[in-house]
Design a protein around this ligand. Structure first.
Ligand code: TYD
Length: 142
């Protein structure tokens, strides 16, 4: 799958930098929730799930983290380390987050409220559901 990054305009002056996030400007969905992950312990792997309908955008506002994404056709990996770059994570994408730096603060914007029923936490179940979705949308036929 393609990694989708959004370059965020920075407003810099001699005082420093500022990034603004706005739906219809640089966030391609209505923001219904914001959460952030920080103080992550060494060696921790987070995520390890997919969402049936949730779209998110992740920004490493401080530090760095590696994100693995898999839409059912194999994993791709990217390192987030730039507070002026957003990573889009669409629905039905398996994600894993690891190699957090000690200082990492990963902010995530989401287009829906928190809903535990939207999680797919089992990889084989994810593969089954993603094939069903692809079949229903006519992307694949088998
Ligand atoms: P979890 O989804 O397991 O985090 P990750 O997948 O990044 O490892 O969430 C960790 C805990 O936080 C879990 O108890 C659910 C809770 N939580 C919320 O209450 N609201 C939220 O928006 C999110 C993302 C998690």
């Amino acid at each position: 799958m393609e990694i989708e990054r959004i370059q965020l305009e920075t407003h810099g002056d001699r005082r420093g930098m500022l990034v603004s996030l706005e739906p219809s400007h640089n966030v391609p969905f209505d923001i219904r929730r914001v959460y952030y992950i920080f103080a992550t312990r060494e060696g921790v792997r987070r995520g390890q799930h997919a969402h049936r309908r949730l779209t998110q955008m992740a920004v490493a506002v401080r530090g760095a983290v590696t994100v693995m994404l898999d839409d059912g056709h194999g994993p791709v990996e990217t390192r987030l380390c730039d507070p002026a770059q957003g990573l889009l994570i669409g629905r039905m994408v398996w994600r894993e987050l690891y190699d957090f730096t000690d200082d990492c603060v990963l902010m995530v914007l989401a287009d829906h409220a928190y809903d535990p029923a939207d999680y797919i936490a089992d990889y084989d179940q994810f593969l089954r559901e993603s094939r069903t979705v692809a079949y229903a949308e006519g992307v694949v036929a088998w």
